[in-house]
Design a binder for this molecule. Structure first.
Ligand code: SF4
Length: 215
């Protein structure tokens, strides 16, 4: 069998990056502005197991189009990949009629932010502080506690973490440290978005985060 270029796999989310893909990013064939990070312990869909589970370390992926799972590099009109010659290993390995090859590599040798920015003084320290203050394991524990006991103190702690994440992003843009398009790669996706995965609904008013529902 061969690929019929139906585009189904490209509409199910962009690929994760592995060690053998590093040159693609280093040499700019795929720019970091098109990437995002799933941070350690963040719940994510495991394409092989078909379940959502917390990831054991950073995963770097190609972004999807806004409001969709389709990879940003997929060309609907031509049903083709805009970076075909430079597509990552997962795209080269995926054959929808036989997933054996991608299953072999799926969890191996994944690239993380450490591979790209751990040497960038100042920025890396900021990433480490952000990771510690906005750690997903801690967020999950707090949300579970909030759902069970409904304590104001716990709600305040969750709000504090989300507001810290939001304010840090705005601060680095305001100070010209980062372009907005780089935020999801450097700090992962905003908590104002990912908090939904824990069944928590929030709204933002005048820069403040308000929890409106926990299910
Ligand atoms: S990089 Fe190309 S082949 Fe891979 S998912 Fe995106 S559009 Fe498809």
């Amino acid at each position: 069998m061969e690929c019929k270029r139906c585009g189904t796999c490209c509409r199910k989310g962009g690929p994760a990056f592995h060690r053998g893909d590093k040159d693609l990013i280093d040499k700019g064939a795929i720019q970091a502005r098109y990437l995002y990070t799933i941070r350690k312990n963040e719940p994510a869909f495991d394409n092989i197991q078909g379940i959502v589970r917390p990831v054991s370390s950073d995963i770097i992926k190609i972004k999807s189009r806004k409001g969709s799972r389709t990879c940003v590099f997929f060309d609907d009109h031509h049903k083709s990949c805009r970076i075909y010659e430079n597509r990552p290993i997962e795209c080269r390995s995926l054959k929808c009629w036989d997933t054996a090859e991608i299953e072999q590599i799926y969890e191996k040798d994944r690239l993380t932010r450490t591979d790209f920015i751990s040497g960038v003084k100042g920025l890396w320290e900021l990433v480490e502080v952000h990771d510690a203050r906005c750690e997903y394991g801690q967020i999950e524990r707090l949300v579970n506690e909030l759902k069970k006991k409904g304590r104001d103190q716990t709600a305040a702690r969750v709000v504090e973490i989300i507001e810290y994440d939001t304010q840090l992003r705005e601060l680095v843009i305001k100070r010209g440290v980062l372009d907005r398009a780089m935020l999801d790669f450097i700090f992962g996706r905003p908590l104002t978005t990912t908090i939904n995965m824990y069944g928590l609904k929030i709204k933002q008013e005048a820069g403040k985060v308000i929890i409106i529902k926990s299910v």
